[in-house]
Design a protein around this ligand. Structure first.
Ligand SMILES: [Zn+2]
Length: 243
């Protein structure tokens, strides 16, 4: 007789989110830090570029695991709508939703601040398309970035590339804003920098509290003079307005 392995997490199924997080946090550091194939495992919002061969192998392996999940969920893959779905899911996660984990940082050119610009330079309405680390549900929103240059300026379109590179990972919005800010501080050494993100979290809309899809989460990161100078901060917030 086949012995069924006892499901270990059944007791967690009925817990509310808060209690679930408490229980899981208590179990921290129980997992390996290296994959079964010997690769270093890293945070969901980390980055370690892979080769094309590694990518192909990863897509193949994840497809097989999705096929197992379909089996467990009793989804018949003879249904033409499901036949290729494990492959679609695998390719989507690796090449799109988690792309920022596996690709190198975008090439960013900075220019000298020849005219000694010392006022706010702002780009807003930058697309944020991310995935929450906790539930693997989409985070969709916009980001506004403002800075006061010191010796360097950056092409504004580069903000889009940077936000995309950090967003296409498993994220929590708080850390996404900090990562973008750290990267720009390293690159520009600005006098002031602000990163404001406003997003809808589908883990709050499709499940859990089932919030209305107009509910948004707003986070802000202020560095340098934007952290200390309230007149400048107010000017920045006024200029970016309702995101
Ligand atoms: Zn979530």
């Amino acid at each position: 007789m086949m012995s069924m392995e006892k499901p270990q997490r059944t007791s967690l199924v009925d817990l509310d989110d808060e209690e679930l997080e408490r229980q899981l946090l208590r179990k921290g550091h129980l997992y390996p830090t290296e994959s079964t194939l010997g690769h270093r495992l890293f945070d969901a919002n980390g980055n370690a570029p892979i080769s094309n061969d590694e990518r192909m192998m990863m897509i193949d392996q994840v497809e097989q695991k999705y096929a197992e999940i379909f089996d467990i969920l009793r989804i018949d893959r003879n249904d033409p709508n499901s036949t290729d779905t494990p492959f679609r899911l695998s390719r989507m996660w690796i090449n799109e939703l988690l792309a920022g984990r596996y690709t190198p940082a975008p090439k960013i050119t900075v220019f000298p601040n020849r005219k000694h610009v010392d006022e706010l330079v702002i780009s807003k309405g930058i697309k944020v398309m991310s995935v929450c680390s906790h539930h693997w549900q989409p985070i969709s929103g916009t980001c506004a970035i403002g800075y006061v240059p010191r010796d360097k300026v950056i092409g504004l379109s580069k903000f889009t590339r940077i936000v995309e590179w950090f967003s296409r990972r498993g994220q929590i919005q708080e850390e996404l804003g900090e990562q973008i800010a750290d990267f720009l501080v390293d690159m520009l050494d600005p006098i002031a920098l602000g990163v404001v993100i406003s997003s809808k979290h589908y883990c709050m809309i499709a499940r859990g509290v089932e919030a209305h899809d107009s509910s948004v989460m707003i986070t802000s990161v202020m560095r340098g003079d934007l952290a200390t100078n309230h007149v400048l901060r107010n000017e920045f917030l006024q200029l970016i307005g309702e995101q």
